[in-house]
Design a protein around this ligand. Structure first.
Ligand SMILES: CSC[C@@H](O)[C@@H](O)C(=O)COP(=O)(O)O
Length: 356
């Protein structure tokens, strides 16, 4: 068994409850440890605290989380009561994080099953488990396809830059932004990667650097503020990032710091790519202006080494900590999905890509 697998699920068996078994990403890179959730509150907390994080992984974890709802499975069990319990769990998990639309997409799939179910409570529970496994399996396929579709865009690059972590830790395997790098690596072409450290929670320095290093892909960490000079020195051939939500016009919400990177890439005439599955698109939003941006605790900025270490901002000085920003579509060279590539995205192209 691979200890670094982001998400595992152990079905209920022999009187033991089902388990959602997560690689604890808050402990990486120092410690490889897992956190096992057996109820909804633990799952909600794991998503909120970023034990599991990254848009696709949040959706997969939440789908499995729904199956942890305690319901009466006896032959006389009341289906209506079970449905209400499942709906309460879905509603609660939907409050864990606001920006990644994959969370709501996955929960909507689970809710549809609850709404349609007419059999026994055991049938419904089994259908929910099957659906969560299907969401997980589909993600593996999406990662592979994004890798194949994005690889030609990076094939002539020697050095690429990425931000946050949009790799295997954020998905079921390979990731989105990192998938083309894994694809090329498997085909014998290895790119050098600059991983932006990604303040304040360091997903680039801690997670992207860790997983690429494990995979044998050369990776160098730079602080977020170094990106511009590296570009100016000609050391970056392309930038590729993931996304948490993409509006119908192609505006992209991703980890805070993505927007300035896109501005820098445009100034230096470097292509800026965004890789994401189609379930990261929110066709109901005309533009990125409507994307809810998660505001996280000021402590994440004031105590970069945790609240046991000294405070790094003066007491009494306010701190802002938006977890995401929005990059306007006009700065995006191309969007890469499991279906293909949308160059110079706009509403017409995005909607026809989603319909195809
Ligand atoms: C394939 S993951 C894409 C995005 O979810 C990723 O780039 C990102 O911003 C993750 O933010 P996080 O706060 O770590 O969940």
């Amino acid at each position: 068994m691979n200890d670094a697998e982001t998400i595992r699920y152990h079905a209920a068996r022999d009187g033991r409850p089902a388990e959602l078994d997560l690689l604890d990403q808050t402990k990486l890179p120092g410690t490889l440890t897992r956190l096992v959730c057996t109820d909804i509150d633990q799952t909600h907390d794991a998503i909120r605290r970023l034990v599991v994080r990254g848009a696709p992984a949040i959706g997969i974890a939440a789908a499995y989380g729904v199956t942890l709802t305690p319901v009466d499975l006896s032959p006389s069990a009341d289906l209506t009561e079970a449905k209400n319990r499942y709906r309460q769990s879905i509603d609660h998990l939907a409050t864990s994080r606001p920006t990644a639309v994959n969370l709501f997409w996955a929960l909507d799939r689970m809710r549809a099953l609850v709404d349609q179910s007419v059999g026994s409570v055991t049938d419904l529970r089994d259908q929910l488990v099957t659906e969560a496994i299907r969401i997980h399996d589909e993600d593996r396929q999406m990662c592979r396809s994004i890798g194949a579709n994005g690889a030609p865009l990076l094939a002539r690059c020697r050095r690429v830059m990425t931000h946050c972590n949009a790799g295997s830790l954020a998905t079921s395997m390979w990731g989105t932004a990192l998938a083309p790098m894994y694809h090329l690596h498997e085909a014998g072409q290895t790119l050098e990667v600059f991983a932006d450290e990604t303040r304040p929670l360091l997903q680039g320095a801690r997670l992207t650097a860790w997983e690429l290093h494990q995979a044998g892909i050369p990776v160098t960490v730079c602080t977020d503020s170094m990106s511009g000079s590296l570009m100016r020195e000609g050391k970056v051939d392309a930038v590729i990032v993931g996304a948490d939500r993409i509006a119908a016009n192609g505006d992209v919400a991703n980890k805070i710091g993505t927007y300035p990177l896109a501005v820098l890439a445009r100034y230096h005439k470097i292509p800026f790519y965004v890789a994401a599955p189609t379930n990261t698109f929110d066709a109901e939003l005309d533009s990125g202006d409507g994307i809810p941006i998660e505001q996280r605790s000021a402590d994440e900025v004031s105590y970069p080494c945790g609240t046991n270490a000294p405070r790094q901002t003066p007491e009494g000085v306010p701190v802002v900590n938006p977890a995401f920003d929005v990059t306007p579509a006009e700065l995006v060279t191309a969007l890469v999905t499991e279906k293909g590539v949308i160059s110079a995205p706009n509403t017409e192209k995005v909607l026809s890509h989603l319909r195809a």
